[in-house]
Design a protein around this ligand. Structure first.
Ligand SMILES: Nc1ncnc2c1ncn2[C@@H]1O[C@H](COP(=O)(O)OP(=O)(O)OP(=O)(O)O)[C@@H](O)[C@H]1O
Ligand SMILES: [Mg+2]
Length: 464
């Protein structure tokens, strides 16, 4: 079961207040009890001590019980308490209420007093309720010759104490409930945006990408979370659109070569009637199948490379050797077109990167340079280190790319001149692959183009 945040908050406050009030209540009650009783006790001690002083001569001179009794009775009447005078053996010589005369009493207070110490303690007596007993020694010189015992009714004190206890209890209960209610509201205030985030997340889960939540203006962590959430939602929508577009484009592009293959095959019966030699048809079939398999291969590379850093096999690579290999790959076609290919640097550089993929990325650019340059142009491959980054550049003297098309040439299936590209056989995937690979390395790629003068593709790769 999910317990709402507001309830959790409320119950926590309730428990905290209960705990605090229990401690507070306990110590306050102890304090009141102590101070009330101490006050009473010291009054009792004063009375008892006076009686002890007055009764000392009579206890000393053989027990004059009758006189002691009248003393106890007088004191009892004056102070409103019950006084007992006991001799050294704890026998009651006089009792202002007469009840215990002659008996030996064993109260702790009396025992203490007979050992020379005054003491007092509250007791609960079923007959009287709460009573306070106190006893002081009666001394003659340094000798203890008896004790004065006094009992006081303290039911009024215990009544006052229980009143205080009640008030404390109700006060705690009410403040606990108020705190609980406040935290319920506060919890709701706190969790409302979280609830709308939850329902927005569910909305996205259902496929409503791009769903936005209100409340981005809040100046706290929840506001921040909402902003991040909305950005994430928009990004998912964008990614989803790119993916959908890609699938649509890929299927569309696949349709063309498959249709040509089918047309070629359909032409076979008519073809056979004209000649026995099928080699021309087979060449055409082979050409189309090659194109198709290149497309599929490119699509596979793209889907594998895309956003998958784990896919990189990093190692220290000789950039000089890599560029030489690129030159070697494009030379046959370039020479056929009468293009000159040069490498601008001779100092080698070693750099940590995925050699195979970066080779592929540069080859895509270099192939474009060959493909799109008119005959007798010049292609320059360069590399070096600039501001701590490795750069590799490919410069050609071809027709270049119009300024406003530059941002789009890295899109999948994008070709500047569809008709021209169709002839040269491109799919518009080369630069998309290059860009993915370079970005996986944390690098960037830029283009500068002056038609027929110089078009430069430059990639930069930071140290990994
Ligand atoms: N050096 C260049 N000079 C002129 N135009 C270029 C150059 N490089 C790229 N382009 C333009 O950018 C487009 C995209 O290039 P990209 O390499 O992605 O695709 P492609 O070469 O058409 O096909 P593919 O590389 O998949 O075979 C090209 O169709 C072309 O119009
Ligand atoms: Mg290309």
């Amino acid at each position: 079961m999910r317990i709402r945040l507001g309830w959790k908050l409320g119950l926590t406050y309730l428990a905290l207040i209960a705990l605090a009030m229990t401690f507070f209540g306990y110590f306050t009650m102890r304090f009141f009890e102590q101070s009330f009783i101490d006050e009473r006790k010291s009054a009792l001690f004063t009375h008892a001590s006076i009686l002890a002083n007055n009764s000392a001569p009579f206890l000393r001179n053989g027990n004059d019980d009758a006189y002691l009794h009248s003393l106890a009775r007088d004191y009892g009447e004056r102070a409103g308490n019950r006084f007992l005078i006991l001799d050294r053996s704890a026998r009651v010589a006089a009792d202002s209420a007469k009840e215990f005369t002659g008996r030996v009493l064993e109260f702790t207070e009396i025992k203490e007093a007979l050992q020379g110490r005054s003491s007092g303690q509250p007791h609960y007596e079923p007959k009287y309720g709460w009573v306070l007993y106190a006893a002081v020694p009666v001394s003659s010189g340094k000798k203890v010759i008896g004790a004065v015992f006094v009992a006081d009714d303290i039911n009024s004190i215990s009544k006052r104490l229980s009143e205080i206890r009640n008030r404390l209890f109700w006060f705690s209960l009410v403040s606990g409930i108020i705190a609980f209610i406040i935290s319920l509201f506060f919890g709701r205030f706190l969790t409302k945006p979280v609830s709308s985030l939850i329902s927005a997340a569910r909305q996205i889960e259902k496929g409503d990408y791009g769903f936005q939540v209100e409340g981005t203006g809040r100046n706290d962590e929840i506001g921040e979370l909402t902003r991040v959430f909305n950005e994430m939602s928009s990004k998912i929508k964008l990614e989803d659109n790119v993916r959908k577009q890609f699938v649509a484009d890929a299927s569309h592009e696949l349709k063309t070569p498959v249709a040509s293959l089918k047309a070629l095959l359909d032409s076979w019966p008519a073809y056979r009637k004209k000649s026995d030699d099928a080699s021309e048809l087979i060449d055409d079939l082979k050409h189309e199948t090659d194109r198709l398999s290149r497309l599929i291969e490119d699509l596979l590379v793209l889907s594998r490379v895309e956003n998958n850093k784990n896919y990189l096999k990093l190692e220290e690579v000789s950039v000089g050797e890599m560029i030489a290999a690129v030159k070697k790959s494009i030379i046959p076609l370039a020479e056929k077109k009468g293009l000159v290919v040069d490498i601008s640097t001779s100092d080698d550089i070693y750099w940590v990167l995925d050699g195979e993929k970066i080779f592929r990325a540069i080859l895509n650019i270099a192939e474009n340079a060959v493909k799109y340059s008119p005959p007798s142009g010049h292609i320059l491959l360069g590399y070096g280190i600039e501001q701590g980054k490795l750069f590799i550049s490919v410069t050609d003297t071809g027709p270049g790319i119009p300024e406003d098309e530059i941002p789009r040439i890295f899109d999948r299936f994008y070709r500047v001149d569809k008709a021209r590209s169709r002839v040269t056989g491109g799919w518009g995937l080369g630069l998309a692959i290059t860009k993915e690979i370079v970005e996986l390395h944390g690098g960037t790629i830029s283009v500068e183009s002056k038609p027929m003068i110089k078009t430069v593709f430059k990639l930069e790769i930071p140290k990994i």
